[in-house]
Design a protein around this ligand. Structure first.
Ligand SMILES: CC(C)(COP(=O)(O)OP(=O)(O)OC[C@H]1O[C@@H](n2cnc3c(N)ncnc32)[C@H](O)[C@@H]1OP(=O)(O)O)[C@@H](O)C(=O)NCCC(=O)NCCS
Length: 188
């Protein structure tokens, strides 16, 4: 890796407007089809995270980012506490150089520190192999229902099969309940 990255974990309430702007600027590059959304200080797309993992340059430019929020999801009729993980992005010029691995290792440390039973995320089909490589487990048969990102239209309920991924933290993977996943809200 060619660049010296400063890593930090920041609680949402500690973020300044400048921080939100720096995060939004990177997310707009990492998710070009949503660049219309990540403008100004709008550094989230659905559920606002409670904690961020940030990799920055010395002068504060954000190069890597993840948002995490604890929430309950209903799985097969059971309420399960998860650390919902999203807004995973690395600056395009650094993608493929190991920064994503460093980022996810820090995410795992945060999830461990939160002592949630599971980390949870919804991955696009082309990103499933990356998260699987990082130790996340996909439930390909699982059907998840969630409110679409505000960027796509608030309150619209969508159902998708596949891409629902879990990382056991304090609970065991085999204890993840069977059945449909109801997020009862938006994803991070
Ligand atoms: C997805 C993303 C965060 C990955 O970050 P990255 O810096 O490119 O990833 P890295 O180079 O650190 O790769 C980490 C590891 O995953 C592996 N990997 C990356 N993509 C992979 C893929 N599609 N399939 C299998 N393994 C993959 C790498 O080979 C590497 O393995 P190694 O550490 O054992 O050598 C980054 O590409 C990105 O921001 N993409 C655009 C935004 C996005 O799609 N975010 C995810 C939304 S669900």
């Amino acid at each position: 890796m060619s660049e010296d990255i400063r890593w930090e974990v920041v609680e949402e309430s500690a973020l300044s407007l400048t921080d939100h702007e720096a995060i939004a600027a990177m997310l707009a590059q990492a998710f070009p089809s949503w660049s219309h959304w990540y403008v100004g200080g709008r550094s989230w797309a659905g559920m606002q995270p409670e904690r961020r993992v940030l990799g920055r340059t010395e002068d504060g430019v954000v190069l890597a980012h993840v948002g995490i929020r604890r929430m309950f999801v209903t799985v097969g009729g059971e309420d399960v506490l998860v650390g919902d993980t999203g807004l995973v992005g690395v600056s395009p010029r650094l993608q493929g150089s190991g920064v994503g691995r460093e980022l996810m290792e820090r995410v795992h440390d945060v999830l461990d520190g939160l002592r949630v039973p599971y980390g949870f995320l919804g991955a696009g089909e082309d990103r499933i192999p990356f998260y699987a490589h990082m130790g996340w487990h996909e439930f390909p048969e699982a059907v998840g229902t969630f409110s679409a990102f505000t960027a796509d239209g608030a309150g619209v309920v969508e159902t998708e099969q596949g891409g629902w991924m879990v990382r056991p933290v304090t609970a065991r993977l085999e204890d993840w309940p069977e059945g449909p996943i109801l997020l009862n809200g938006q994803q991070v």
